[in-house]
Design a protein around this ligand. Structure first.
Ligand code: FES
Length: 85
């Protein structure tokens, strides 16, 4: 499966946490040496503001992300990448 993260950069999601999440994800990918393995991009508002902040990982859209859930999700999806599985 293609490994990817798409962070919503729309004004609502951005103001409600994705500004910090953007930096957190970049630090995570670079800190773990997996930035080249995962396609990280941003998108415009996807009309899901009421359930934001939204981040899509490997095609699954996750809602109401906060720092703790984001770290859990990154571990869930990508811990295997670091270990070559
Ligand atoms: S700003 Fe993210 S869904 Fe609207």
């Amino acid at each position: 499966m293609k490994k990817s993260i798409v962070i919503c950069m729309g004004s609502s999601c951005f103001a409600r946490g994705n500004r910090e999440h953007l930096e957190l994800i970049e630090n995570y990918l670079h800190g773990n040496g997996i930035a080249a393995d995962i396609h990280f991009s941003g998108c415009r508002c996807r009309n899901e503001c009421g359930r934001g902040p939204n981040i899509e990982i490997n095609g699954n859209l996750h809602h109401q992300i906060d720092t703790g859930t984001l770290l859990d999700l990154l571990e869930y999806y990508f811990a295997g990448v670091m270990h070559g599985t």
